[in-house]
Design a protein around this ligand. Structure first.
Ligand code: NAD
Length: 428
């Protein structure tokens, strides 16, 4: 198996980078050409994707090499407009290639939750007994609505009732008689699957409860579908210029505690994690909003918004851990139709949904490590502005060829502004 460790990969030309990627992921010439343009002149198929599609909106697709996850080498496809995200991911992944297998990951079963809101139930206690007595039949009904999942070893598993009431509900509509059911959605993200099942339960539940069914929809808060990435970093890997590895580990632990305790810091800590996660989600055609919503709800699960990833110094190791819900799929949704997404999944060795969720958690942990490492050493701006300088150069009129030179001069001059870029371009 080839290594994903590519020293100085970022210094290669775009053609050389594509070549290395193609060799690593065994991409055909056609697949390379697909990710090269990600364009199509097939206007009919564009028009069929979303309502009123009038064109395509492009973002750069990059790759982050160097990932070692559970002993497997990975090059990770990432789509982002933020210049420093992939640089930080690649650099962090290089440091996290620790013995024996790099970043260690795991995840739960692909369980999603469906919710059916029932109002005006005349006798809630009796209705609850009746629903639970008919639970097996109701689960059967849900599975008949989507028999494919059961055939694959998943499907609707169990249901329960919750009665929600408070002062406002009592004034407006009365208590909510809520029926929730769990579904193992296998390799799908599962939103459509769960919604189909939820709708199939509406009529039988109205009959059993004598109430009125209102909402029938999944909950995006999939608290059982958790992906976890952990890493144990020896201190010598952390040393930077005159700062010892021990000192850096202590500073990262302090930074973690800050985010664990203060929600204002936690939001930015978590945003940094999502920089990496969202980029992989977009590249692999996922429902980014679903993962974002679930992640932030999970971060507030104990009543206060807190850090999703935490770091601590123990026995001369810096231990990092990230856990978050990860509703992703490798079938259905955009994965079924978007050719570029299919190549991105091939670059990731065609993972199962669970494997994909683990890779994404590893990327999130790496992104957080890189951000904290920069923050406790040089500060975030040094690396960030170096990358940002190219964008400033191009926004100020530099072309693709001259942008790198202009960016270098901007960094050397210590003034990364459009005025400075303009002066450099005019002088050339
Ligand atoms: P889907 O319906 O396209 O795919 C699921 C279907 O794939 C299942 O019905 C199953 O029969 C089939 N399938 C084939 N092989 C499978 C396998 N190995 N494992 C599991 N299923 C397999 O999509 P979905 O995953 O149910 O829903 C995801 C889509 O729904 C996304 O496009 C998302 O944006 C969209 N969506 C999201 C929300 C939300 O609130 N997040 C709401 C509505 C729709």
């Amino acid at each position: 198996m080839s290594s994903s460790r590519f020293p100085r990969f970022h210094l290669l030309s775009i053609q050389e980078q594509r070549q290395k990627l193609a060799e690593f992921a065994q991409l055909s010439a056609q697949e390379v050409s697909l990710i090269q343009t990600l364009n199509t002149d097939d206007t009919q198929s564009i028009h069929a994707t979303i309502e009123n599609a009038v064109g395509l909106h492009s973002l750069p697709l990059g790759v982050a090499p160097n990932f070692l996850i559970d002993g497997q080498d990975h090059i990770v496809p990432m789509v982002t407009e933020e210049p420093s995200v992939i640089a930080a991911a690649s650099n962090g992944a290089r440091r996290l290639r620790v013995e024996p297998g790099g970043i260690v990951t795991k995840c739960g079963r692909s369980i999603m939750l469906g919710q059916i809101q029932i109002l005006q139930v005349p006798n809630r206690e009796q209705a609850q007994i009746d629903v639970m007595q008919n639970a097996d039949q109701l689960i059967n009904t849900a599975n008949q609505a989507l028999p494919g999942l059961q055939r694959r070893g998943g499907g609707a598993l169990e249901l329960h009732v919750r009665i929600i009431q408070n002062e406002k509900l009592l004034q407006k509509c009365g208590p909510i008689f809520l029926v929730e059911f769990e579904v193992d959605v296998c390799d799908a993200m599962g939103a459509n699957a769960v919604n189909t099942m939820a709708e199939s339960l509406a009529a039988p539940l109205e009959k059993i409860t004598a109430g009125q069914v209102r909402l029938r929809i999944l909950s995006n808060y999939c608290a059982k579908r958790l992906a976890t990435a952990t890493v144990s970093i020896p201190l010598d890997v952390l040393a930077h210029e005159s700062i010892t590895g021990l000192e850096i580990a202590k500073r990262i632990e302090e930074a973690s505690l800050f985010a664990e305790i203060d929600p204002h810091r936690a939001v930015t800590h978590n945003k940094g994690i999502m920089n990496g996660i969202d980029a992989v989600l977009i590249a692999t055609g996922q429902d980014v909003r679903a993962v974002e919503a679930a992640a932030h709800a999970f971060a507030a699960r104990n009543g206060q918004y807190t850090a999703l990833a935490t770091w601590s110094l123990q026995n001369n190791l810096l231990l990092g851990q990230l856990t978050l819900p990860m509703p992703v799929g490798v079938v259905g949704g955009a994965t079924a139709v978007h050719k570029g997404v299919q190549v991105a999944l091939k670059i990731l060795k065609k993972p199962s949904a669970q494997m994909l969720s683990q890779i994404i958690a590893a990327v999130g942990l790496t992104q957080n490590f890189s951000a904290l490492y920069a923050l406790v050493t040089d500060g975030i701006q040094k690396g960030h502005m170096k990358m940002h300088a190219r964008t400033v150069a191009m926004a100020s009129g530099a072309n693709a060829q001259s942008a790198t030179d202009v960016a270098k001069k901007l960094v050397a001059g210590g003034d990364i502004s459009s005025d400075a870029a303009q002066r450099i371009i005019n002088d050339e």
